[in-house]
Design a protein around this ligand. Structure first.
Ligand code: SAM
Ligand code: SF4
Length: 502
């Protein structure tokens, strides 16, 4: 279906298209020509005593009509640029009102696309708004549902509890270390995940580069007395490398990174098929007891369909082994909406989870990432519709509450089933600090290794800049020195000439 848009700016069309896409009505927006369109939406605006009044009229060729308006506060001191932005927000608002009525549905996140809801909550709170007023603001200005606004509030409050210095962390950094190897590639995944072909191959070369990055960056942090708050080994699957390689990696970490003020080290051990007694021994040796073992689902048939090549039984066995060998804080990742799964499969997965009771659970909603096998071969995979996915999500949320897991971080992604979200739940006091820090962008994250993204948060201005390391081991091998230099330069920029990199 073609929708003709009148009274909006050309550069606005893309964000309006994102909103329309949420309604799954296969509609495309066009500025012209009007004659070829089935529907037209005409926006008009009028300014009156510090309010901008935007009206949208939806006209269908067959005669249906929907008219909606929204008043946006436009203070007298607002600049021309502010006014343009306010008008754009008001048109997005009116568009959602129109589409809600036309499709007889409601978008739980309203007009919040591309905005981190909990981060927005913290921003408003720091500006002096009360929790109740933030709630009203999210509901009235962004059309967020009451339920989602409550969820955002409870997550934000928990984060404040878990990290009392949440708003003062910007002087320090956290470190992400990306290990790009996995036993097999899962069909939904676009993370770096290369197979390990044999000894002295890409793993050894990769680790050489990674050790170099750790030495250089660690040295900079030590020389400038910059505290490290958390460290996260992700990937890929960092337990894909050998026990000996893991041992050398953690030894290097303790040698070169200032560890004195580190509050948490996590190793993503996601694939149960990579977990062995000797690797667990190495983790214990280096006092790392927070790991993630990811079932994704407790249905063997689904694991096969998504190409995970491990069984449910192996997940359970490796979980118990990890416990026996001293892992005290275990996270598990689950995905809602995997192929051929619905409410009964989700119920079984939650039932199995109950017999394990990990300290935390991250619940993802399946996302069709552009470059994944699942997206490229979409017709081969049957997935639940938005309604069923919402039911699975509701079921999961109820289960978490009954079992005393509390939501502590949340993030949304594009192309996620049902336009829902990913939520991290945890038992009281077992929240992952790293997950909160990365989601709320409260301090710089330095990404080392493959596919690792660095995000610099300027401690003074809070301005964010980004830098991405190469995703594949071959490019990484050729570029790790240059990547390290770039990171040192960026660090120097935000820690304003405290020192010059060596
Ligand atoms: C970087 S992955 C690594 C975890 C580890 N390699 C594993 O597979 O167990 C982190 C988590 O993101 C989730 N994930 C990855 N791709 C996803 C997708 N397309 N949709 C939903 N969740 C996804 C999975 O739950 C996964 O455990
Ligand atoms: S989901 Fe995990 S194991 Fe699967 S390919 Fe991605 S990173 Fe590797």
């Amino acid at each position: 279906m073609r929708i003709h848009i009148k009274g909006a700016l050309e550069k606005e069309l893309q964000s309006m298209q994102h909103i329309v896409d949420l309604y799954n009505m296969s509609a495309t927006l066009h500025l012209e020509p009007e004659s070829e369109s089935t529907v037209s939406i005409t926006f008009s605006e009028e300014e009156k005593s510090n309010y901008l009044n935007v009206t949208g009229v939806f006209d269908h060729k067959h005669g249906e009509k929907v008219v909606k308006s929204f008043q946006k506060h436009a203070p007298a001191m607002a600049t021309e640029k502010d006014r343009v932005a306010l008008a754009k927000q008001a048109r997005a608002h009116v568009l959602v009102l129109i589409l809600n009525e036309w499709t007889n549905t409601k978008q739980p996140w309203g007009t919040l696309t591309g905005i981190r809801p909990v981060k927005l909550w913290h921003k408003l709170y720091q500006e002096g708004m009360s929790s109740d007023n933030i709630h009203r603001y999210l509901v009235n200005e962004f059309l967020v549902s009451d339920e989602k606004a409550n969820l955002v509030r409870s997550i934000a409050k928990r984060q404040q509890q878990v990290l009392p210095d949440l708003y003062a962390l910007a002087e320090g950094v956290s470190i992400y270390i990306g290990i790009p190897f996995c036993p097999t590639k899962c069909a939904y995944c676009t993370f770096p995940a290369y197979a390990i072909p044999g000894k002295n191959g890409p793993v050894a070369t990769f680790l050489k580069g990674l050790h170099y990055e750790m030495e250089e960056i660690g040295g900079y942090l030590k020389r400038n007395n910059i505290p490290v708050t958390t460290i996260y080994f992700g990937g890929g699957t960092p337990t894909s490398i050998s026990a000996e390689e893991m041992d050398q990696l953690y030894a290097k970490m303790y040698e070169v990174i200032p560890m004195e003020r580190v509050r948490e080290v996590t190793v993503e051990a996601g694939r149960p098929d990579t977990i062995t007694p000797d690797k667990l021994q190495v983790l214990r040796k280096w006092n790392i007891d927070r790991i993630s073992i990811n079932p994704q689902t407790f249905e063997n048939q689904t694991l096969e369909t998504i190409g995970r090549h491990h069984s449910v039984e192996e997940t359970i066995k490796k979980y118990h082994l990890s416990r026996e060998m001293g892992m005290k804080n275990i996270n598990m990742d689950l995905i809602i909406g995997l192929p051929n799964e619905g409410v009964p499969e989700m119920e079984r997965t939650l039932q199995e989870t109950k017999s394990l009771m990990p300290e935390s659970l991250t619940v993802h909603t399946l996302s069709f990432k552009r470059a994944s096998k699942m997206t490229k071969e979409k017709e081969k995979y049957q997935v639940a519709d938005g309604n069923e996915v919402s039911k699975m999500m509701g079921l999961t949320a109820d289960w978490m509450e009954e079992n005393e897991y509390y939501p502590y971080y949340l993030y949304r992604q594009k192309n996620i089933l049902g336009n829902l979200e990913n939520i991290g739940y945890s038992m009281e006091g077992k929240e992952s600090l790293y997950n909160i820090i990365i989601m709320e962008e409260v301090q710089t994250i330095l990404g080392l290794g493959c596919g690792a993204a660095s995000k610099y948060v300027d401690p003074h201005t809070k301005k964010i800049t980004r830098y991405a390391n190469p995703k594949d081991p071959v490019s990484y091998k050729n570029r790790y020195k240059e990547c390290t230099d770039k990171k040192l330069m960026a660090l120097n920029n935000i820690y304003t000439n405290k020192a010059v990199p060596k």
